[in-house]
Design a protein around this ligand. Sequence first.
Ligand SMILES: [Mg+2]
Length: 317
Amino acid sequence: LESSHEEQNAMESDFLDWLRKQLSSAAHFPLGLSDDAALLPQCPGDRLVITTDMLMDGVDFEIERCDVQRAGRKSLAVNLSDLAAMAARPVAALISLALPRRAGRHLAEELYRGILSLADEFDVVIAGGDTNSWDGPLAISITAIGTVSEHGPLLRSGAQVGDTILVTGTLGGSILGKHFDFQPRVNEALLLSECYTLHAGMDISDGLSLDLARLARESRCGAVLEIPEIPVSTAAQQLAASSNDGRTALDHALADGEDFELLLAVPPAEAERLLADQPLKVQISPIGHFIEPLGLWQSTGDGALSPLSAQGYEHPL
Ligand SMILES: [Mg+2]
C-alpha cells in the first residue's frame, strides 16, 4: 500500500499498522503488505482469472446516507460475483481507496471492516493495494484474483441452440437491500461447474433481459424467456405494489440491476438432471432456452414467440 503523497505518510503508516493488525489472523501469504509487491503462490495447471471493479460515491452509492461497512462489503462482493460468473475460485484481492480528506481514516476503517468480513468468509487474502486521500469523493477500486481448474473457465460464448437457460435465486427489486447484502454465488458456481456440464454463464449485474441478450449475442444465438417461469422476488413484488410508476413485479425481475445471480446455459439432459438434484441451498429455475434466430424472445406459454426488448442498467460512458 504505497502512497504517492508525502504529507500523508504519517497518517498512512498509522493506518497500515491498524490494517496489519486486522489482517494478522488471515495472513497466510508469505509476503504482502510489508513488501513492495505481493507474491502469489502458484498451483500448476490452474489458470489465473482477474477482474476489477470501481465503486464511486455519488454514482454507486451515497456514502453519507449508507452504512459504510455494507458499502465496503459490496465493493468486494461485486468482484467475487464476477469470479463466480467465470466459475473461478477467489484467491486474493487488491484494495485501492481514494478517500476524502475529511473523516478519511474513519471511512477507511469502516470500509475495511466490511471488506474483511466477506474476505474471511471466502478465504480471500488481502494481498495489497493503495490508500490515498484527496479533495474529491470516495472511490473504491478492487481487483480480485481467482483460479480455474480444468472445469473452468465458464464463458459467455459457449451457449448452444437447444441449451436450457437456468438462473439461481429470485430476481428484481434489489434496490430494497439485496444490492448491498447479496451473497456472491461463488460456492454455487464452483459446485455446479464441478458436477455438471455447463456450456456458458455469467452473473446478472445489469438486469436479466439485458444480460441474457449479451450472453446470447456472445454465443451467436438467440434466447427465449418463458415468462411464467421467471422467479420473481418478493422485493420485486413489494416495489411494484408500493409505487405507481406502472412497472409490474415482472418488469422489475426482467430489468432491475444488481441481482448478482448466476445465469447459465446447460445442455437439456444435464439441466434436467441438475433440476431434479437441486444441489444448491438456493433455488435454481429453468427460464427458457437458446434458439437459432438471433435476439431476445418471449414465450408466454402457448408456444408463440414475440420479440422482447432487452432492458436494464446501461453503464454511461
Ligand atoms: Mg459480471
